[in-house]
Design a protein around this ligand. Sequence first.
Ligand code: 1HE
Length: 263
Amino acid sequence: MSEKNVTVHMDDEVAVVTLNRAAKRNAIDEQTLAELDAAFSSLPREARAVVLTGKGPHFCAGLDLKEHHDKERTAVDFMRVCQRWHTTFDKIQYGGLPVVAALQGAVVGGGLELAAATHVRVADPSTYFALPEGQKGIFTGGGATVRVARIITPNRMVEMMLTGRVLNAKAGVQLGLAHEISVPGESLRAALALAKRVAQNAPLSNYAMVTSISRIADMSATDGMFAESLMAAVVQTGAEVQTRLGAFVDKSLPKVAPQHAPA
Ligand code: 1HE
């Protein structure tokens, strides 16, 4: 019996979703995408945050190029493939739970598109980012023109694709592709620690952050202000507000204080 390409297990309140196709550098074929979709469609109810990780030395090598070569898909076939990627990655971005990516090695092509759908990205020093589609005669199709372009700006994405430039972890942090760099080989441990901290926020606050901020960025200023006030009206009257603000009022809540800057 073949092993699953995507597995899910719980670590305290964090669901850990693992790409489990290391022999193929976690390249995303149709089976892997279907399993990823299933994983994010039915995360355990008790999960308060998610870590997305890839087995082996590379996070994800993007689209399975061999499958694409062998299938000789038509334009409509591939349009449908892209739309399935978009649906699945939307479940990651807008599913309502914070998703922290643990990155290592190659985060390239569709692997970068996948990482860009997560909310917090922890790299390690081996991590590198690239969009090598042009060199292979293809184009992005998993949402990069929207998500990656918004993170690094459309102009940086055009330049990255035209030149085939490979960005190391540090350059990735400077552009917002990653948010911190762990010590070597420890991005999963660091991502888990971060996810456990994020899981301590009120669930409704986390829901508002991951579902509304990117969407409001798509709106006009007037619509955005209105949507923000609606979202805040729901969150600020939520179940945990009295307890959490009560802790502030009676001075038992830790104060906001500077943290050590991430390495
Ligand atoms: C793959 C893939 C893949 C590896 N599809 N099979 N993505 C790329 O252009 C990345 C292409 N891959 C690479 O550049 C390298 O494989 C890596 C830098 C990621 C890793 O190198 P390395 O030396 O660790 O591994 P390897 O020996 O190159 O690969 C190991 C196996 O994984 C090998 O298979 P094997 O059967 O010969 O053992 C590779 O063929 C296989 N493999 N990457 C299929 N991508 C919705 S549109 C999205 C557009 C894109 O994502 S374009 C793809 C960009």
